[in-house]
Ligand binder design. Structure first.
Ligand code: ZN
Length: 151
């Protein structure tokens, strides 16, 4: 299985590798309000995600990913971007990413920060699942599912 990073634009590659090497969200939570684990058997990616809420907002995100650079980087971006967001807003960001990856929009209309770096991944359809795994896991966590396998 090829775990290497696909041929992306240099700038995007740098952003993804930076997240991969120094991922956000590795600090364990004091209290876990939502939790889910996701797997992408196609690539061997695994994500464990926990959310800690305060006053309806995501106060802290804990994410541990094992797998390819794309899935780990996407999880790190999730931890960075969703911190401080309310659930509704977090779902919108997740949807914006999915729309972008599935080509419904050209680039994202919302400000999705570093996530834009993942756009190049959509030229490699098999890797789209890697990019979306942490986000699908997040969506499943907030509706109360704790184990998911994407296919
Ligand atoms: Zn992967």
């Amino acid at each position: 299985m090829d775990k290497s990073i696909p041929k992306l634009d240099e700038l995007y590659k740098e952003i993804i590798l930076d997240h991969y090497r120094h991922p956000h969200g590795r600090v364990p939570l004091e209290k876990v309000d939502y939790h889910a684990e996701g797997m992408n058997p196609l690539c061997g990616d695994e994500v464990k995600l926990g959310l800690q809420l305060k006053d309806g907002k995501i106060e802290k995100v804990h994410i541990e990913g094992h797998g390819c650079s794309i899935s780990v980087a996407s999880g790190s971006m999730l931890a960075q971007i969703l911190k401080g967001k309310d659930i509704q807003n977090a779902k919108q960001i997740s949807q914006a990413l999915k729309d972008m990856m599935h080509d419904k929009v050209n680039g994202a209309k919302d400000d999705i920060g570093d996530l834009e770096a993942l756009e190049g991944v959509k030229r490699f359809p098999v890797r789209i699942k890697c990019a979306l795994l942490p986000w699908t896991t997040f969506e499943e966590a907030i509706i109360g599912h704790d184990h998911i396998e994407i296919s």
